[in-house]
Design a protein around this ligand. Structure first.
Ligand code: PLP
Length: 442
C-alpha cells in the first residue's frame, strides 16, 4: 500500500474496485450500499449505460474545447435544457466544474453586477450559520462550520451571518413558524446594521445540507426571506449544489416554496459523479450590465467543455426518462417514514428529517434535552465506521456549527428503489444495534 497520497485525515479506507447501480465493491470483493450517493452526487448510481454511451460518443467527437476559441453544441444544449427545466425563470447560464466554483461564480456575478451598475459600495454578502458553501476562499467566507473555517479565518472577508432555521431545536416558547420568521427577520436586522446600500446579496441553501443535516425550513421562512431581499433591493442567491437536480423530489429545491431567486448554483447531481460539471443560473438583467462593461471578469479552464456538458445532458435525460424526480418524491416519503420508525427504537436518535432523498438522522445523548454527545465520542464518525463494517456507506457531519452534535446524511442515488430503501434501513438497524451494544458495555 503506497503512502504518497495526502488524505484529509490519517484514516485509511477500503480501495474501491468497481461499482454498479447503488452498490460498490472493494478490492477484497466486499459489497457496500452507497446510501449517500458518495457526497450526495451520484444521482443515477454507478455505471449508467446511457451516460456511458453519451460520454463515449462525445469523446469520439471532441472532449475539450476552450470557451474563448469555440462554442460547442453540448454547452449550448445544456444551457437551454437547464433554462427550460426552470420554466424560463432563469435565462442565462454560466458553467464551471465544481460546487465551490459555482458559488464563487455566483458571488462574482452578483458583485460585478453591482460594480457595473454603478453601485461599487455593495460589497457585503450575508449568509447563514451553520452553512456550507464550499472550500475556496469566497465560498468559505459564506460558510459557517468552525473546523473548516478556523485555520483560514485571516485569509477571507468576514461578513454578517444569520441563524439557519431549525425545526428540531426550536427555542422554548416559540412555535416552529415563529422561529422560522425570527430567523428570516435576522436578515433584515443584518441588512439594516450594515446599511442596505452596502449589501450585494444573501446566500442560502433551500434545505440545509451537510452542515445542518437536511434541515427543512418551515414554509413561512423563504417567502419572508424573499420579501426582505426585494424590499431592500438585495440579490438572493440559492445554493442548490446539494438540493438541485431532483434530490429533494423536485428538480430544484426552491420549487417547494416557489422562491424567486436571482441566482442559483448547481453542481453535484448535474454531472452525477460521471464528470465534474457545475452551473450558475441567472437572468439577463444581471448579465447585461456585466457584458456591456466588457464581460465577466471570471472563468475556469474547464468551464463548459463539451465532455462535461454532454455528460450532464445525458444525466438530465436519464432522470427524465426514468421519471426519477417523481419517484424520489414518492420513495422519499417512504424512506423517511421507515427511518422515523427505526429512529423511535433507539434512545440516542433525537430526530429524523429531510425531503426527498436528502435525509438526516441526528444523534443525541439525551432525547428530552436534545443534549449532543460529548465531542470526544465522535459519534457520527463512529456510526460511519460501524455502518461501513456492515457494508453501508453513510455521510457523517457535526450538526452545531461543526463544533458539536452529530448526524448522518442518508441520501441514496435517485434510482434507489423501495426494496433498496428497505435494505438500507435493515443495515442501519444493524449499525444502531452495534452502537447500542457498545453503549451498554462497561
Ligand atoms: N455548496 C453546497 C451546498 C455543498 O453541499 C457543497 C459540497 O458539499 C458545495 C457547495 C461545494 O461543492 P464542491 O465540493 O463540489 O466544491
Amino acid at each position: 500500500m503506497s503512502d504518497y497520497l495526502f488524505y484529509q485525515s490519517a484514516t485509511r479506507l477500503p480501495t474501491i474496485d468497481r461499482a454498479e447501480g447503488i452498490y460498490a465493491w472493494d478490492e477484497h470483493g466486499k459489497r457496500y450500499i452507497d446510501a449517500c450517493s458518495g457526497a450526495i452526487v451520484a444521482q443515477l448510481g454507478h455505471g449508467h449505460p446511457a451516460v456511458r454511451e453519451a460520454m463515449l460518443a462525445q469523446l469520439d467527437k471532441v472532449a475539450f474545447a476552450y470557451r474563448t476559441q469555440f462554442e460547442n453544441q453540448p454547452a449550448l444544449d445544456l444551457a437551454e435544457r437547464l433554462v427550460n427545466l426552470t420554466g424560463q425563470r432563469f435565462d442565462r447560464v454560466f458553467f464551471s466544474s465544481g460546487g465551490s466554483e459555482s458559488v464563487e461564480s455566483a458571488l462574482k456575478i452578483a458583485r460585478q453586477y453591482w460594480f457595473n451598475r454603478g453601485e461599487p459600495q455593495r460589497q457585503v454578502f450575508i449568509s447563514r450559520k451553520p452553512a456550507y458553501h464550499g472550500s475556496t476562499m469566497g465560498a468559505l467566507a459564506m460558510t459557517s462550520y468552525t473546523p473548516l473555517t478556523a485555520p483560514f479565518e485571516p485569509m477571507f472577508q468576514h461578513y454578517p451571518k444569520i441563524a439557519s432555521p431549525t425545526q428540531y431545536r426550536v427555542p422554548a416558547g416559540l412555535t416552529a413558524e415563529a422561529h422560522a420568521l425570527a430567523c428570516a427577520d435576522e436578515l433584515e436586522a443584518a441588512i439594516l446594521a450594515v446599511g442596505a446600500e452596502k449589501v450585494a446579496a444573501f446566500i442560502a441553501e433551500p434545505v440545509g445540507g451537510a452542515s445542518t443535516g437536511a434541515e427543512v425550513p418551515h414554509a413561512a421562512y423563504f417567502p419572508r426571506i424573499e420579501e426582505i431581499c426585494r424590499r431592500h433591493g438585495i440579490l438572493l442567491i440559492l445554493d442548490e449544489v446539494m438540493t438541485g437536480i431532483g434530490r429533494t423530489g423536485r428538480w430544484f429545491g426552491y420549487e417547494h416554496w416557489n422562491v424567486k431567486a436571482d441566482i442559483v448554483c448547481l453542481a453535484k447531481g448535474l454531472g452525477a459523479g460521471y464528470y465534474p460539471v457545475s452551473a450558475v443560473l441567472t437572468r439577463a438583467e444581471l448579465t447585461e450590465p456585466i457584458l456591456a462593461s466588457g464581460g465577466f471578469q471570471h472563468g475556469y479552464t474547464y468551464a463548459g467543455n463539451p465532455l462535461a456538458c454532454a455528460t450532464a445532458l445525458a444525466v438530465l435525460q436519464a432522470i427524465e426518462d426514468e421519471n426519477l424526480v417523481q419517484r424520489v418524491a414518492d420513495n422519499g416519503a417512504y424512506l423517511l417514514q421507515r427511518l422515523q420508525a427505526l429512529g423511535k427504537r433507539y434512545e440516542f436518535i433525537g430526530d429524523v428529517r429531510g425531503l426527498g432523498y436528502l435525509q438526516a438522522i441526528e444523534y443525541v445523548a439525551d432525547r428530552d434535552s436534545k443534549e449532543p454527545f460529548p465531542l470526544a465520542r465522535n459519534v457520527s464518525d463512529a456510526m460511519t465506521r460501524l455502518a461501513r463494517e456492515r457494508g453501508l456507506i453513510i455521510y457523517p457531519r457535526r450538526s452545531l456549527m461543526g463544533e458539536k452534535g452529530d448526524h448522518t446524511l442518508i441520501s441514496p442515488p435517485l434510482v434507489t428503489s423501495r426494496a433498496q430503501c428497505d435494505e438500507i434501513v435493515e443495515l442501519l438497524g444493524q449499525t444502531f444495534d452495534a452502537f447500542q451494544a457498545q453503549q451498554v458495555r462497561p
